[in-house]
Design a protein around this ligand. Structure first.
Ligand code: FES
Ligand code: FES
Length: 160
């Protein structure tokens, strides 16, 4: 039987004390134990970006971290970030520009795009592509995703 550990973790602003198996990944913990299924599981090898979450403010692969490694950490998932309104403009642009089809990659794309745009300015398309290069999409061909992020970058830069 796998060992279990007590962890203290803040998820989407809520302080939790949970018991987790030592081998449980962060994304499995979020999905199975907390019911936060917006973080998806694709490759489980750190390649596709479907499991992207924020840990202490930086985006991470939820499939490459163990839940026990997040003891004492602050984790934000797409549910929390979306509810906060922080990415409302990105969500709107993705919808308007058809930057999602099946939506499987979308939470990871949005969190990764949000990280890039936090840096300010208006990154060019090459920079956006480079920043998203660890997030795979099987549906859209990426153009609409880049379009949406570029539009939000310009609109945020114009609003400053
Ligand atoms: S499921 Fe984590 S990177 Fe693919
Ligand atoms: S919209 Fe289907 S994988 Fe990206």
């Amino acid at each position: 039987m796998s060992k279990v550990h007590e962890i203290a973790i803040t998820v989407n602003g809520e302080e939790l004390h949970e018991t987790v198996e030592a081998r449980k990944t962060l994304v499995d913990f979020l999905r199975e134990d907390l019911g936060l299924t917006g973080s998806h599981i694709g490759c489980e090898h750190g390649v596709c970006g479907a499991c992207t979450v924020r840990v202490d403010g930086a985006i991470m692969r939820g499939c490459l971290m163990l839940a026990v490694q997040c003891d004492g950490a602050r984790v934000d998932t797409i549910e929390g970030v979306a509810d906060s309104g922080e990415i409302a403009d990105l969500q709107d642009a993705f919808q308007r520009r058809n930057a999602l089809q099946c939506g499987y990659c979308t939470p990871g794309m949005l969190l990764t795009a949000a990280e890039l745009l936090q840096g300010g300015g208006a990154p060019d398309r090459a920079t956006i592509r480079e920043h998203l290069s660890g997030n795979y999409c099987r549906c859209t061909g990426y153009q609409a995703i880049i379009d949406a992020i570029e539009a939000v970058a310009h609109s945020r830069a114009g609003a400053r």
